[in-house]
Design a protein around this ligand. Structure first.
Ligand SMILES: N[C@@H](CCC(=O)N[C@@H](CS)C(=O)NCC(=O)O)C(=O)O
Length: 208
């Protein structure tokens, strides 16, 4: 049994979607970030950077933090969404999500959605970078069905919940035809719908 320590955020949803995709039984323990529960000493023992998501694989006595590392662990354990023959390509798109797409869109959320009017520089900078990410993903998906090729992989699972915040981004997802095609296809997967609503029943990926 896997225990998932999480919150209802894009990084949190990556792991519930993956667990649904591989059909593993899991229990969710909510970490309330608004109440600073990530800083509790007992949580820090399993999350040295005080962040969700974290999993404990009780069967294998293993604890893992960092969503990319968790996705790789679950993919290797289940043998799904991380095809050995395509690993170099999958790793590149997964790392691009971890190091660029997520952190930059996350800053856009901070300046544009949560704190508008506080910093013109911050708002403009991350709006521009976020538009650039949409354009770059759209270009990639004009030549490839999924991010790392013809197969749906952990790179798509990592990226999807971030694009699912498109209403906050104010960029107009529907103008990006290939990104929209990819987004709609993933939105329709039963496991994605289930994983997406892991903390808020009936929550669905918003339509473009
Ligand atoms: N690189 C980390 C980022 C995780 C992350 O930023 N988690 C946020 C929520 S989405 C968090 O726990 N923030 C609380 C904090 O930093 O105090 C991962 O992908 O797991």
């Amino acid at each position: 049994m896997i225990e998932l320590f999480s919150a209802n955020t894009p990084n949190g949803k990556k792991i519930s979607i993956m667990l649904e995709e591989i059909g593993y039984e899991y229990k969710v323990t909510k970490i309330d970030l608004n109440k600073n529960e990530q800083f509790k000493p007992e949580f820090k023992k399993i999350s040295p950077l005080n962040k969700i998501p974290v999993i404990i694989d009780h069967k294998n006595f293993t604890t893992i933090f960092e969503s990319g590392a968790i996705l790789i662990y679950l993919a290797e354990l289940s043998g799904k969404f991380y095809n050995k023959k395509n690993r170099l390509e999958i790793n590149q798109w997964l790392m691009a999500q971890m190091g660029y797409i997520g952190p930059m869109l996350g800053q856009h959320h901070q300046f544009h959605h949560y704190n508008p009017g506080k910093s013109k520089f911050g708002e403009e900078r991350y709006f521009k970078i976020s538009k650039r990410i949409y354009q770059e993903l759209n270009e990639r998906l004009s030549e490839s069905k999924f991010l790392s090729g013809n197969e749906y992989t952990i790179a798509d699972i990592a990226t999807f919940p971030w694009i699912a915040r498109h209403e906050w981004h104010d960029i107009g997802l529907s103008q990006f035809k290939n990104l929209t095609r990819w987004y709609n296809e993933i939105s329709e997967r039963e496991a994605v719908k289930k994983g997406f609503s892991f903390m808020s029943k009936d929550e669905l990926p918003p339509k473009p």
